[in-house]
Design a protein around this ligand. Structure first.
Ligand code: ADP
Ligand code: MG
Length: 360
């Protein structure tokens, strides 16, 4: 087991790595603590798989170093790194039984036979594969095969980390929930560093203690699910996490006020003058309440959606679209209404980055 450190990591697949746009990974400095349950979350193409493959050694980085504890593994091959990796699509040996498939990673490493047998039973039990242990893998469904792949990833008790690359993609939706909580339980039981790659925020937020958000080849924020929700460090995080995501509005800041056009929004503290090309106000729909006309900032209501757990209004303020919560018992006559923003949850962003107490 190990702490994994990525030090000034950059990677370009294309031949001219001097061109910044050719980098799939830009400049990654990150520490994954021993025993953590991490999700690596970001849209398709942002570099998640590249990052995992660099940790496991399948891809050699253009620049930077990878360390497991104090050992520099950048030049070590995959086999020497003691990492288990589970891919998006099943990797199983069709000619072997499920039991033989699960035992394979241990057999390969000369683990004694009785210990292997016990460990295989244990993992099969966790993944509900006991019934099929002696069946040939070729006759099983895609769901089952992917469970075997998960089992092969989990079976080695001595690994430095287990990397999961969107492992539930082929799994049937109602099995997904169950497997995700199984993985979480396994994490608690084994105390192994797990990095779980996904583009799905629900998957990330339910699996992980810490979520690492990637955007365009860079890590933009690492935090607990609550931190990402309450205090997005970048407008991308605010927008990407939450449903609907954070409202982001161009604004002008003067002391403890932000102006959206001519409308004034109170801020929780004064700001020093901001020198930035782009200044924006961010607030999540959960902290903006729709009220009848005259109570708060004037808006034009476009529609109100009932999304089951809440009602969300789509409104326009000075021509800017916003999403707001509709409190129980509020009904709006016509399409004129107003908004009340909770100043404690209003954030200011300069060129996409959160302006913190330290920076202004
Ligand atoms: P993600 O897993 O987040 O979807 P990837 O790491 O697969 O992202 O890809 C990051 C970027 O690198 C993308 O622009 C992708 O097209 C590019 N890329 C990935 N693999 C290769 C490869 N083998 N050769 C060239 N470009 C690649
Ligand atoms: Mg990928």
């Amino acid at each position: 087991m190990a702490r994994i450190t990525l030090d000034h990591l950059a990677h370009a697949y294309k031949p001219d790595p001097r061109r910044a746009e050719d980098y799939a990974l830009k400049e990654i400095n990150h520490v994954w603590n021993q025993g953590g349950a991490y999700a690596l979350l970001g849209p398709s193409g942002c570099g998640k798989t590249t990052l995992l493959n660099i940790i496991s050694g399948l891809v050699r980085p253009t620049r930077g170093r990878v360390r497991f504890d104090d050992l520099d593994v950048t030049d070590l091959p995959t086999e020497a790194r003691n990492i288990a990796q589970v891919f998006q699509f099943p990797v199983v040996y069709d000619t072997m039984t499920v039991r033989e498939n699960l035992a394979f990673p241990l057999k390969n490493r000369h683990v004694p036979r009785d210990r292997t047998a016990r460990r295989v039973e244990e993992i099969a039990h966790l993944l509900d594969l006991t019934r099929v242990l002696d069946r040939k893998a070729s006759n099983l469904t895609a769901d089952m095969k992917q469970k075997i792949s998960l089992g092969r990833g989990l079976v080695r008790p001595d690994v430095a980390a287990i990397l999961f690359d969107e492992p539930l993609t082929v799994i049937d939706p109602h099995l997904k929930w169950q497997l995700r909580s199984t993985l979480k339980e396994i994490h608690r039981a084994l105390d192994i560093t797990m990095i779980y790659v996904t583009h799905d925020q629900t998957e990330a937020l339910t699996f992980a203690d810490k979520v690492v958000v990637m955007h365009d080849g860079a890590v933009v924020q690492t935090g607990t699910p609550d931190e990402l929700f309450e205090r997005p460090a970048h407008t991308f995080v605010g927008h990407f996490i939450g449903s609907p995501g954070m409202n982001i509005l161009p604004c002008r800041v003067e002391g403890a006020s932000a102006f959206i056009g001519s409308e004034r929004v109170a801020l929780k503290r004064p700001y020093r003058p901001l020198v930035a090309e782009r200044v924006e106000l961010g607030i999540r729909p959960e902290f903006v309440q729709l009220q009848p006309k005259g109570v708060g900032l004037p808006v034009h209501v476009r529609r109100i959606d009932d999304i089951g757990r809440a009602r969300i209004a789509r409104v326009e303020m000075n021509g800017h679209p916003l999403a707001a919560s509709v409190p129980d018992g509020i009904s709006i006559e016509g399409d004129e209404a107003s908004l009340v923003l909770d100043p404690r949850h209003v954030h200011i962003y300069a060129n996409g980055h959160l302006v913190t107490d330290e920076s202004a």
